[in-house]
Design a protein around this ligand. Structure first.
Ligand code: GDP
Length: 196
């Protein structure tokens, strides 16, 4: 699959307003600032497919991008902003859980985590929901360029060990949008999920 022709399809205020459950979908999730927008831009070789500067606490939209007809990427709003009211957080978590558990066309989940702070509570929650729904998960340790090789490997080993505890198909890899690290591997994984 060529990811360079990926184009924006639509934004939805929440999961219920996404286009009908059809085709094949792969979702991208992560804490705010994990590097999700940068990763989407890098994977699709586009400078501004996904916006990279956002206002903390503002209601964010779900974006849908089409790689080729029938193959879509879903950019879920970043989670974990401290400033968001508890009520909104709860509502959002409920909606995310429902999406991961009920969306039929969803074939895989990519969870992005800053390599320096992986596996926070909400990251674990996302993986848990996905595994419960038998969805394969790809964990990307982003901004891998921020650590030296030794520390980087240590974080990978530790996170892989943590990933085992979920009991599902949870793969963990490095990623750096800045250096292009892991880009080909992620594209290959997405393609595998799009066309099993
Ligand atoms: P998002 O909130 O998850 O969409 O995160 P962004 O893509 O907006 O990135 C958050 C911050 O991390 C920005 O300042 C980016 O420049 C930075 N960033 C993202 N990816 C990388 C990377 O691979 N390496 C480094 N060093 N910084 C990155």
């Amino acid at each position: 699959l060529n990811y360079r022709n990926t184009r924006f399809i639509t934004s939805a205020p929440d999961i219920r307003h996404l286009p009908t459950d059809s085709g094949v979908e792969i979702a991208f999730a992560g804490r705010s600032n994990a590097g999700k927008s940068s990763a989407l831009n890098r994977l699709t070789d586009q400078k501004s497919l996904a916006r990279t500067s956002k206002t903390p606490g503002r209601t964010q939209l779900i974006n849908m991008f089409e790689v080729v007809p029938g193959c879509n990427l879903i950019d879920l709003p970043g989670y974990g902003f401290a400033q968001v009211p508890l009520e909104m957080k709860k509502k959002w978590q409920k909606a995310l859980g429902e999406y991961l558990q009920k969306r039929e066309c969803l074939q895989g989940l990519v969870v992005l985590m800053d390599i320096r702070h992986p596996m926070k509570d909400l990251d674990q929650q996302m993986i848990h929901w996905a595994v419960e729904s038998r969805l394969p998960v790809l964990v990307l340790l982003t901004k891998a360029d921020k650590l030296k090789s030794g520390a980087r490997k240590q974080q990978l080993m530790k996170t892989r060990k943590d990933a085992l505890t979920f009991g599902g198909d949870v793969q963990v890899e490095f990623f750096s949008s800045l250096k292009g690290l892991g880009v080909d591997q992620v594209r290959a994984k997405l393609t595998e999920w799009f066309a099993p």
